[in-house]
Design a protein around this ligand. Structure first.
Ligand code: ATP
Ligand code: MG
Length: 702
């Protein structure tokens, strides 16, 4: 007899998080939307990022495996913060399967697995822009174009950096190289054939050496989706839930990756794609971002749901009013409502200062003042259009002992000593990495470019491991000078020890070895600030302890270089209370209680080249909008009236006006501050203690 067995209804998911209490109705609707493509288009500070963070938690609470979710963000740090926020919300650690990070980061993870289908070894190395330039330089030489003699109309062949830039621009915008050369460097249009030849050689060398530059991580990811239908299907099956933050700054390549991942070959299957962004914050067109991606989203996904978030939770009404009035001057934009919901705060301050030095003094003093009032240093940021605009401030902060972290400029991993020591790791990880080998070989006594080349050739042709090649007769007969022989011996010992460690060990052990046995002495004898550099290297070793093996560490590092060393700094909790210095571009998506915008002077912001082109000028205004909308409570717009540190070629000091982005605003939107120097006593006091107020913000001196 057949037994009947009652199948009970599947229990509905129970949610730990009270979504309705933490989100407004519009955000809640977006969080709960899991039935197809959706676009959340909303102004700054309206909770777009918060929405996708809660949405991730919601998906997981609904029973969706983290491994089926792909979250693409502007920085890896943002991704980590979002994941850790989800973990806090859920009260549990997420299983490691969730893919979250920048396009480059995720591209790297996928290519480690699937690159062999494109003919790569999965142990490819990633080269950062500086290495890419070195390689391009080698290619320019190999094509016989390195001569210093002028070529066309007195101009030399373009530099490696220029070629990298234009090549990358063409790839990321999906446009033909000649068009891009014409747009960016019209004076090089006569060189297009030679440029094409060099770029071909660059591409084939990278392939031959098993290297990928940042663009390759996107291009090869896209190739997987275009050319490898099985892989593409597997990826689509896997990433059923896609979310993209800061979608307005995706470029054509990234746009296509998303489109191909979400609109599968499965026809009727709905793509669970949610993109969020703000067209008014699109600031990367100069690097190929295409904000048509966001504007045309509803055309590409006709059944998409559009969510609008209309309350600004971040900034005081005064800051919101200034930001809205500014962006309203742009013609090309979506009209958006943005209601300030926070209580009344202070008017933004416009602070002209006599010169850049006083500008720095003012900022430093005001920072200390706010800190005394209870605002932590890491709740304050100094933003600027270009990195050089931070130099006086860096000096002033150092002088006053105010800790700060720089999120722009020379990045931790771009420094020579860091790159030197990492070259050893790269060479043992990918023995075909020509750039790494040549870099490390040239560190040795009596080994110059030529000898490095000979050693490199031997390494490639002999096909045995490095420590064997170093004592091979073929090589020792080529390099016979006693110092050269000693250098080879040194290398042989070091590489034998590294080989004994193997690649599966934590990289801190390798770094310790390279540092103790060789590199510390190099630093001491070759740099004028060995102490700081050694300190950096020790920090690097500490940082590397969190990685299980050499490969994971290197992949992670090469992508850190993408956005700066801030992640390394964050590892040291004692230093966490630091003032932030950043270009506006790198401040995207972030917020602080107090923001200082430096050098808000005409000809510095907007930048001079943008003045002739209405589209570029609008992009500069969007940049201004991004800057001011980072502030929650205090916004200071400052500029030096006399630019005495950067007098022009004539040596004349220029009087400066405030930026047009300020002059075009209604004067009631900000409060002008006039600085005045305190009396002699106070000036004397300043010499004794930098903490004493010297310049006081007042409407009128008493
Ligand atoms: P941006 O355009 O600058 O990237 P955004 O739209 O992503 O901004 P968020 O960073 O998500 O905005 O949110 C801005 C601030 O407002 C954050 O501090 C966030 O926690 C807060 N916030 C957003 N929505 C709410 C809400 N419903 N309740 C309370 N706080 C909120
Ligand atoms: Mg955001």
């Amino acid at each position: 007899m057949t037994k009947t067995y009652l199948l009970k209804p599947v229990p509905t998911a129970t949610f730990k998080i009270d979504y309705a209490a933490n989100l407004n109705p519009q955000q809640l609707e977006a969080v709960r939307w899991i039935d197809g493509p959706a676009l959340t288009l909303a102004g700054a500070g309206s909770g777009k990022t918060r929405t996708i963070t809660y949405r991730t938690a919601y998906l997981i609470e609904s029973g969706i495996a983290p491994g089926n979710i792909l979250l693409l963000t502007f920085t890896n740090k943002a991704a980590r913060e979002m994941v850790s926020r989800v973990e806090t919300l859920l009260g549990t650690a997420l299983p490691g399967g969730m893919y979250a990070g920048t396009f480059h980061h995720v591209g790297n993870r996928l290519l480690r697995r699937y690159a062999p289908t494109l003919g790569y070894d999965p142990r490819f190395s990633i080269i950062d822009p500086e290495d890419a330039e070195d390689l391009m330089d080698i290619c320019i030489g190999a094509c016989g174009l390195k001569s210093k003699a002028p070529r066309h109309e007195g101009r030399r062949f373009p530099k490696a950096g220029t070629l990298i830039g234009v090549h990358s621009y063409a790839l990321n915008t999906g446009r033909a190289l000649p068009d891009c050369v014409l747009e960016k460097y019209p004076s090089y249009q006569h060189e297009i054939d030679s440029i094409t030849q060099v770029l071909k050689s660059y591409e084939s060398r990278k392939k031959q050496l098993n290297l990928m530059d940042y663009d390759d991580l996107l291009i090869n990811w896209l190739r997987l989706l275009r050319e490898q239908s099985e892989v593409a299907d597997a990826l689509r099956q896997n990433f059923r839930y896609l979310m993209v933050d800061e979608y307005q700054d995706t470029n054509t390549l990234q746009g296509e990756i998303i489109d191909r991942l979400s609109c599968g070959t499965h026809g009727s299957e709905t793509a669970n794609l949610m993109v969020v962004g703000d067209d008014a914050q699109s600031i990367y067109a100069f690097r190929g971002a295409n904000y048509e991606n966001i504007l045309r989203f509803p055309e590409r996904y006709p059944n998409c749901q559009v969510f609008k978030l209309e309350s600004n939770y971040r900034s005081s009404p005064q800051i919101c009013a200034l930001a809205s009035a500014s962006i309203a001057q742009n013609e090309r934009q979506f009209q958006k409502e943005l209601l300030a919901i926070r209580p009344v705060g202070e008017l933004p301050a416009l602070v002209p200062t006599p010169n850049p030095r006083v500008q720095a003094e003012f900022v430093a003093q005001r920072v200390l003042e706010l800190r005394d009032e209870g605002v932590a240093l890491n709740e304050m940021a100094c933003l600027y259009r270009s990195h050089y605009q931070s130099l006086e401030l860096q000096l002033e902060l150092t002088r006053r002992g105010i800790p700060f972290v720089i999120r722009s400029g020379l990045r931790f991993f771009e420094q020579a000593h860091v790159k030197d020591i990492l070259a050893f790791l790269r060479a043992i990880y990918n023995p075909h990495d020509e750039i790494a080998w040549k870099r490390l070989l040239r560190l040795l006594p009596a080994i110059g470019a030529q000898s490095a080349d000979k050693i490199w050739q031997c390494l490639q042709t002999q096909g045995s491991s490095a420590e064997i090649v170093f004592k091979s007769p073929a090589l020792t007969s080529l390099l016979r000078r006693p110092t050269q022989a000693r250098s080879l011996g040194l290398l042989q010992d070091l590489f034998s020890a590294l080989a004994r460690l193997g690649l599966e060990q934590c990289p801190a052990r390798h770094l310790d070895l390279i540092y103790d046995d060789f590199y510390r002495r190099y630093v001491e004898s070759h740099f004028d600030n060995p102490r700081e550099r050694c300190e950096d290297l020790i920090q690097l070793t500490v940082f590397s302890r969190q990685y299980p093996d050499v490969g994971t560490f290197l992949a992670e590092l090469s992508l850190l270089g993408e956005l700066g060393g801030e992640e390394l700094q964050a590892e040291n909790p004692a230093d966490k209370e630091q003032l932030v210095l950043s270009t506006i571009h790198r401040a995207k998506g972030l917020e602080w209680q107090a923001v200082f915008l430096l050098w808000a002077a005409e000809n510095h912001f907007p930048s001079v080249p943008s003045l002739q082109d209405p589209a570029r000028l609008e992009e500069e205004r969007r940049l201004f909008y991004v800057a001011v909308t980072r502030a929650k409570d205090w916004l200071h717009l400052t500029y030096p009236i006399v630019n005495d540190t950067r007098a022009g070629a004539s040596g004349q000091m220029a009087l400066q006006r405030p930026s047009r982005f300020i002059e075009e605003l209604d004067e009631g939107l900000y409060e002008p501050w006039q600085l005045y120097a305190a009396e002699t006593d106070a000036v004397a006091a300043q010499a004794l203690s930098f903490q004493d107020p010297v310049y006081l913000p007042l409407e009128e001196p008493a």
